[in-house]
Design a protein around this ligand. Sequence first.
Ligand SMILES: O=C(O)CCC(=O)C(=O)O
Ligand SMILES: [Fe+2]
Length: 304
Amino acid sequence: MHDVPPEPLDETELLELGPEDAIALAMDLPLDVRFHLGPQVTPIQRAFLDHHGYLVFDRVASEAEVARILDEADQVQARLISEQREAVFGVPIWIGSDPEGEPYLQRLAFTSVFSEFIHEFVRDERFEPVRQLVGEDARVGDREKDGVVLNRYLNHPGSLRPGVGWHTDGLRDVFYNWRMPDPQLNVGLHLHRVRPEQGGLRILPGTHNQGVFSTLFKKPYFVYHRPDPREIAVETWPGDLTVHDGRTWHRVAPNPAEGWPSLRVSMYVPYVTDAYQPKDEHTRPLLYHRLFDVAMRARKRLRA
Ligand SMILES: O=C(O)CCC(=O)C(=O)O
Ligand SMILES: [Fe+2]
C-alpha cells in the first residue's frame, strides 16, 4: 500500500481572512497540520508561522525531483572526495563513514555551487511565495552564509551525525554579527519518509517569541538531546518543505534504526535579505565553524 500523507488543510474558503480571524483559526489548528503551498502564502499560514514558529508544506518536490537531488548529493560527494576537499569557502565538510565503511558526506555547505540541478531547482517558480515570505527582495544566497546546506544523518558507529542536539539557528547569527539574531526563516526540503518513531525534526512551538535569555540559555546548545514534553515531531513525506523561524528551539532526533534504514536527508535553502556578502576560496573559517569542526573531529576519533 502506498504511504500517503493526510490531506493538507483545505484553505479554499479561507483565502480572504483578515489577520485577526486568521490568528484565531490558526491557533485552533492541530500542531501537526500540513499546508498546501499555492501561489501565495495564505493568511492562515502566516498566522500559524507567527504564532508557532514553523510551517509544514505537503510534498512540494516530486518523487522524481527527490530522487534526482539524492543522486546529485552522491555525485557531489564523489567529486569532493576525489578532490580531497576539507572545506568549501571556509566551511568545513563533514565526512564520516557509511555502514560499509566508505567515506560518507554528512554535511555540506554551498551545495548549489556544485550542482547545476540544485542551483536551478531552488529557484523554481513554486518557491516564489516562500521567498516573498522572507522578504520582497530576498534572494537565494548560493555563496552567502552557509549557502544551500545538505544534511545526511545516519545512525551507525562510523557516522559523524545521527542527529543534532537542541539549538536555535540564531546562534550562528550571533557569531556572524555579534548581536542578537533578527527574525530569520529557514526553509528545508525533506527527502525521506520520517515517522515520529524514526526520529527527525523536533520543534518547540512558540519559542521564537521568547526573550534573549531563553534564546541563549533555555537548553545547552547542541550537546543536549533529551526529548522535551512540549516538542512536536515533524513527520515528513519525501518532498515536504518546512519553514521555521530560526529563533525557535529545535533538534534532529536520531533514528533508532541502525545503518542505511536510519538515513535521513534534508536540504536547507538560504534566503538572504542583507547586503551581498559572497564567500569564496579565500574566505577564512569563522570561529563558529572551527569550534564545530574540532567537536566533529574529536567525535570521529572517539568512534574510530
Ligand atoms: O535536518 C534538519 O531538518 C534540521 C537541521 C538543523 O536544524 C540545522 O542544521 O540547523
Ligand atoms: Fe537548526
